[in-house]
Design a protein around this ligand. Structure first.
Ligand code: HEM
Length: 163
C-alpha cells in the first residue's frame, strides 16, 4: 500500500486523503438515495443492502486512512497553507480538523450502533417492526451526522491542502 504517497487531485494531499475525499462524494448521494428509497418507496431490503455496503466501505476507508495518517502524516503537507497559523494567526486547519473529528467520531459510533441494532431487531428480510421508531430517529441522526462528517472533512481538506 502506498501510504504517504502523493495524491492524484493535484493538491498537496496524500493519495489516501484524495481517495477518502472522493469516496465521500459517492457516499453522500448514495446515503440520500437509500433514505429516500426506504422513506418514500418502502424498499426495505434494498435500503438494508445499501446501508451494509456503505458501512463496510466506510470501515475499510477508515482503516486505510488511519494507516496513511499514522505512517505518512499530514502536517507537513498543510505547512504551506495560509490557514495553518504559521504567522501566529489562528490555526484554522487545526480548528477545522477538531470540528471534523467531532462529527467523524460520533458518526462512527452511531453507525455501528444503528447497524448492530437494526440487524438484531428487524426481521430478515427487513420490514417495519417495534424497532422502527428508535431506528427512524437514530438512523436519521446517523445519516445527518455522516453528511456533516463529509462536509467538514471537505472544508478541512480545502483549508489544509488546497489553499
Ligand atoms: C447506519 C446505517 C443505517 C442508517 C443511517 C439508516 C437510516 C434509516 C432512516 C433515516 C430511516 C427512516 C426513513 C423514514 O423517515 O421513514 C430508516 C428506515 C428503515 N431502515 Fe434503516 N438505516 C440504516 C441501516 C439499516 C439496516 C442495517 C437495516 C436492516 C437490517 C435497516 C432497516 C430499515 C427499515 C426496515 C426501515 C423502515 C422503518 C419504518 O419505516 O418502519 N436500516 N433507516
Amino acid at each position: 500500500m502506498p501510504f504517504g504517497a502523493d495524491g492524484f487531485l493535484g493538491t498537496r494531499a496524500s493519495l489516501m486523503l484524495d481517495v477518502v475525499a472522493l469516496a465521500m462524494l459517492v457516499v453522500v448521494p448514495v446515503l440520500c438515495l437509500s433514505v429516500y428509497l426506504v422513506k418514500y418507496r418502502r424498499q426495505y431490503a434494498l435500503h438494508k443492502t445499501i446501508q451494509l455496503a456503505l458501512g463496510s466501505a466506510l470501515l475499510v476507508t477508515v482503516v486505510l486512512f488511519e494507516a496513511d495518517m499514522r505512517l505518512g502524516g499530514w502536517r507537513h503537507r498543510a505547512e504551506a497553507s495560509p490557514f495553518a497559523g504559521a504567522d501566529g494567526s489562528t490555526d484554522w486547519v487545526s480548528v477545522s480538523l477538531a470540528i471534523h473529528l467531532c462529527f467523524a467520531v460520533t458518526s462512527a459510533v452511531l453507525w455501528i450502533v444503528v447497524i448492530a441494532r437494526a440487524l438484531r431487531n428487524f426481521p430478515s428480510p427487513p420490514v417495519p417492526s417495534a424497532h422502527s421508531a428508535w431506528h427512524r430517529r437514530y438512523g436519521m441522526a446517523a445519516a445527518i451526522d455522516m453528511v456533516c462528517t463529509a462536509v467538514t472533512g471537505w472544508i478541512f481538506y480545502y483549508l489544509a491542502f488546497v489553499t
